[in-house]
Write a protein that binds this ligand. Structure first.
Ligand code: SF4
Length: 570
């Protein structure tokens, strides 16, 4: 059998599967523990996409060489700081980071922060000093898995398969698939996760679940944290979170004397104080001893997959950086967008489009997307099937490898080739040999580490509740991944989903407005959505007309859900 037939799934997904290319088709690698011989529909969708095969300038087809000449010419005639390099998550192979090596040396403005997980990651780091996930064995050795704001069956279908016989508890405003499979679903009000964590801490103390000796020896500030928790009566938590105390008691019945894991998603941190919210949840987990269980349990979050590795694409240049959720594209003379679709994925679509219209936009990617409509120059990147790569996972510690399994289209260029081409044109240092880079990541073994040396509890909490300004007819905005697509890729679903007690009917046409903008939607009624919430799938073309062009207060993270909505019939 051909052993150079590996393909790492490049999609932005926890599972980081590896496929085998055999006789013209793809199969999940049976030797990759997480993939376990199966691939998902998104991989099939990706393989069947129409790939870009021609460069375009102002809508006209041109050759690849001509497109590269235009790019070089534009860069030579622009002040480096007035150019923006923006890399998205369309392909998470490590070699995709190559291009940053050129733009960083050239002096472009780069981005900082995230549209996704940065606030939560910072919250974990503030408590533990680092953000790493426990091993997959710890998850498999658990009796109970608490799925907190994460659509586990969907965002990590392969990891779920490894533990599907466990007892689940779900905390989520939506009755997700995993909530339906759970022993207990706490259908929480949006942005009250920190209050639920405090409520649980208080009840844990009442039930004597905390281990004073462990907390004294391994943590700092648990007394202060408990003081915050006991500051409010339980009925106040019940009312604000929308959770019955009886369900909280059931929660503790289910986890008592059990090995427990928490799968924490990005949902609870999509707010202004996302760092504090995540740190409060992690503090609760530490309070009840989730981190102290031997070879079992722990808290999983979407941490950095690069932990413990050198970044071989890093340069010594000190570049200016702009916050990813708040990019004013119009301020740049040239914007280079790689594998991203900010017109749909970034907060406040109207501002994004206005900015792109006022800049020279270069799009570099394998498929055409909504952002291409505003691109002056389109350069096709080579398919992920025709370039070598390697993926590290932010969900587990296995790696996936990509060999070249398909001939490269000569009208396309890989990220590695483009980088070295540009470095040579501008007399800058070129990248190390491609095989050398890949083999470093392939061969390097990151030693297992404890989750923390000393955990620091959150001792001061300052969160402005969203319910404070909510009028009776306002809705919370919530989003989640679509079962048939991945963010803005593949299947489209532009509906708004509302509970049947919302006074709206199936297929009503509505105008939804927020303090940041408005857009029209068609209603779908779904009682899995909590009353008072308006639900949209990630990738909905219009939802980001409603979201804040703002960042959270500590980590330059997008705050998509820090918004209240008004809904009216058209
Ligand atoms: S589950 Fe995720 S990593 Fe695996 S094939 Fe599907 S999209 Fe790719």
């Amino acid at each position: 059998m051909n052993s150079n037939n590996n393909v790492a799934c490049p999609l932005d997904c926890f599972d980081t599967c590896q496929a085998k290319y055999e006789n013209g088709s793809f199969k999940g690698d049976k030797d990759h523990f997480v993939t376990n011989g199966k691939l998902c529909v998104n991989f099939a969708n990706l393989v069947n996409e129409n790939y870009l095969t021609t460069s375009k300038y102002l809508g006209k087809e041109i050759s690849l060489d001509e497109s590269l000449e235009i790019l070089v010419d534009k860069l030579k005639n622009t002040t480096p700081e007035k150019t923006l390099f923006y890399k998205g998550s369309g392909n998470l192979g490590l070699m995709q980071k190559s291009t940053g090596y050129f733009f960083s040396q050239y002096g472009s403005t780069l981005t900082k922060g995230s549209l996704c997980e940065a606030a939560g990651e910072e919250g974990i780091i503030q408590g533990r000093g680092k953000s790493i996930n426990p091993s997959i064995e710890n998850l498999m050795n658990s009796d109970v898995i608490i799925v907190w704001g994460r659509n586990f069956t969907q965002t990590s279908a392969h990891m779920y398969n490894l533990v599907k016989d466990k007892t689940f508890i779900t905390i989520d405003p939506v009755k997700t698939e995993i909530a339906k499979k759970s022993e207990l679903h706490l259908q929480i009000n949006p942005k009250t996760d920190y209050e639920l964590a405090l409520m649980l801490t208080r009840v844990a103390y009442m039930n004597g679940i905390d281990d004073e000796e462990y907390l004294e020896e391994n943590t700092e500030g648990h007394d202060w944290f408990f003081d915050i928790a006991k500051n409010r009566p339980l009925v106040s938590y019940e009312e604000k979170c929308g959770i019955d105390l009886d369900d909280v008691y059931k929660f503790f019945d289910l986890i008592e004397n059990k090995k427990v894991s928490i799968m924490l998603g990005v949902g609870p941190q999509k707010y202004n104080e996302g760092v504090q919210i995540t740190r409060t949840i992690d503090s609760f987990a530490t309070f009840i001893g989730i981190h102290k269980q031997e070879n079992a349990g722990g808290v999983w979050y979407l941490g950095t997959s690069m932990y413990g590795y050198d970044d071989l694409f890093k340069t010594k240049t000190k570049n200016k950086k702009v916050s990813l959720p708040k990019i004013d594209y119009g301020k740049f003379d040239l914007v280079f967008i790689q594998g991203a679709n900010p017109v749909v994925s970034s907060p406040n679509t109207k501002k994004v489009i206005e900015g792109l219209k006022n800049s020279f936009v270069v799009y570099f990617g394998i498929t055409e997307n909504d952002t291409c409509e505003y691109a002056d120059l389109i350069i096709p990147s080579s398919s992920f099937l025709s370039k070598k790569d390697i993926r590290l996972s932010y969900g587990h510690d296995l790696k996936s490898i990509s060999d070249v399994v398909e001939e490269k289209n000569p009208n396309t260029i890989t990220e590695y080739e483009l980088t070295n081409f540009l470095c040579k044109k501008f007399d800058l240092e070129t990248l190390k040999d491609e095989d050398e880079i890949i083999s470093y990541y392939k061969e390097t073994k990151v030693e297992k580490e404890e989750q923390f040396e000393e955990f620091e509890f959150i001792e001061d909490l300052d969160v402005e509740p969203l319910y404070k300004n909510k009028k009776d007819d306002n809705f919370y905005l919530i989003t989640a991944k679509n079962p048939k697509s991945l963010n803005s890729q593949f299947a489209k679903d532009d509906y708004v989903y509302l509970n049947s007690d919302s006074n709206f009917n199936e297929n009503d046409e509505v105008n939804i407005s927020s303090a940041y903008g408005e857009a029209k939607f068609v209603v779908k009624i779904n009682d899995d959505i909590k009353t008072g919430c308006a639900f949209f799938y990630a990738g909905n073309k219009f939802v980001n007309y409603l979201t804040p062009f703002e960042e959270d207060d500590e980590a330059h993270n997008a705050i998509f859900q820090e918004v209240l909505l008004d809904i009216e019939l058209c």
